[in-house]
Design a protein around this ligand. Structure first.
Ligand code: FE2
Ligand code: FE2
Ligand code: FE2
Length: 448
């Protein structure tokens, strides 16, 4: 049991096992904003029901185009971040309008796939589409601002559906009154969506320039569209677009500069706020759970550096829920098997996304295990006993305690003592009894 060896080795064949052998684990790595957000942008794709890597490919197109337009280096970075975050507002909104597609229903992300939208009547009607367009732009701008990415990035996210001819959502501006960064994002988003919808790279390669010119002067800035049409005639552009290592190449740009440990906490805490907001949890829940998890990690004799990584994992533990329909997460009733399977995917989504970030492999593994139980009845891996990392137990315990002591639509908040009593009842099944004692010494004492 964990009491014998708090820092243990966990076998994970999909990740480098040496990550879990090192008791001195090197702590929070030095990372750039660009690296972290390039990886986390996959969460936004999930929330929108887009093919993974959509936001990254939009960033590739945007930066390529910005380079061709000879923008200043600072503006290239703004294009990069605005492209990655263009639809982050979709992650923050609990519901958006959906259309039926051949592969089930999907959220409408505005005019990004105009063909999809125009060929189907949205569930809920057109008013829903217009309001979702305006809402996700506004929410997205607010999130970009909170992430400290600067006013130009926030404005571009807020205006990425404004059209050259002024036919965007209410409040849109037209022509050159739309900031150039926003015009580039709009173009990159439409181009990526068009390529994605086309399916075959060969067809796109042939038809690309004409398709871009079709939108020129209506949705898109004609000068930018013309430059893009010329780019779409180059093999070099397509080789980069379809490169399997595109994600790594974008991360290697290290845009936004290297962050300190506290900068990283601040950035990912905003992601945790997005998750709280989308899942109807009280603002600040994720931050509170993460602070408690860090305290408990220290109380379990982990080093400061390891405890920092536990905090990172705790802040991001539920980012994967953005890929699960919100109504399943808040359903007061018993979930159907299909609904339960969807919910149980969330640690896997988060694990896979975090494992892309250099130096966060161990945190990714803990996040992937935060719903495992020591009796082997947890998910997704049904790990047992010592196979469940202590860090994952710490995170799961802090999360469970916070959930029990918080108000839910279907039940009142429990007192701390009652909540701990419930958790004590899970000793030996869900949680390690020794860790429960440690938990009491951090969050307690609990009378009774
Ligand atoms: Fe959008
Ligand atoms: Fe998009
Ligand atoms: Fe979770």
């Amino acid at each position: 049991m964990a009491s014998k060896a708090l820092i243990q080795t966990v076998k994970a064949d999909f990740l480098d096992p040496s990550l879990y052998d090192d008791p001195g684990l090197s702590g929070v790595p030095r990372l750039s904003r660009g690296t972290v957000l390039a990886a986390l942008s996959r969460v936004f794709d999930l929330a929108e029901g887009r093919r993974s890597g959509h936001a990254q490919r939009v960033a590739y197109v945007g930066v390529y185009l910005a380079g061709e337009m000879v923008l200043e280096p600072a503006q290239m970075e703004e294009v990069f971040f605005a492209c990655l975050l263009h639809d982050v507002g979709m992650s923050a909104g609990a519901t958006g309008p959906r259309v039926e597609t051949g592969r089930g229903s999907r959220l409408i992300s505005g005019a990004a796939r105009a063909s999809d939208v125009l060929s189907s009547v949205p569930i809920g009607g057109w008013a829903d589409v217009i309001s979702a367009l305006a809402t996700h732009c506004e929410l997205g701008a607010r999130i970009a601002r909170k992430m400290g990415l600067g006013e130009s990035v926030a404005r571009a996210v807020g205006r990425h559906h404004d059209c050259w001819d002024g036919s965007g959502p209410p409040g849109s501006v037209a022509g050159e009154r739309v900031p150039v960064v926003a015009r580039i994002v709009a173009l990159a988003d439409r181009v990526e969506s068009m390529i994605d919808a086309e399916g075959s790279p060969l067809l796109v390669r042939r038809r690309g320039p004409a398709l871009v010119r079709d939108m020129s002067g209506s949705e898109l800035d004609p000068a930018l569209a013309e430059t893009m049409a010329a780019i779409a005639g180059r093999d070099e552009f397509w080789l980069g677009f379809y490169d399997n290592d595109l994600s790594t190449s974008l991360m290697a740009l290290n845009y936004g500069g290297m962050m300190s440990r506290d900068d990283l906490f601040d950035l990912i805490a905003v992601m945790s706020d997005v998750v709280d907001g989308r899942n109807g949890r009280e603002p600040g829940t994720g931050r509170r759970v993460a602070d408690l998890a860090r305290k408990m990690a220290l109380c379990c004799d982990m080093t400061e550096r390891r405890a920092d990584l536990v905090k990172v994992a705790a802040l991001l533990q539920d980012v994967g829920t953005l890929g699960v329909p919100a109504q399943y997460l808040s359903k007061p009733d018993i979930l159907s098997i299909d609904e339960m399977s969807a919910v149980q995917m969330h640690p896997i989504y988060a694990r896979d996304i975090l494992s892309e970030i250099p130096g966060l492999g161990a945190a990714a593994w803990w996040v992937g295990c935060h719903h495992e139980r020591i009796d082997g009845k947890g998910y997704p891996g049904m790990l047992e006993g010592d196979e469940v990392p202590v860090e994952a137990q710490v995170i799961g315990m802090c999360e469970a305690f916070d959930a029990l002591t918080s108000e839910r639509p279907y039940r009142r908040a429990m007192s701390a003592a009652d909540a701990f009593e419930v958790m004590r009842g899970m000793g030996g099944t869900r949680f390690d009894p020794y860790l429960l004692e440690r938990f009491e010494s951090v969050a307690g004492p609990f009378p009774g």
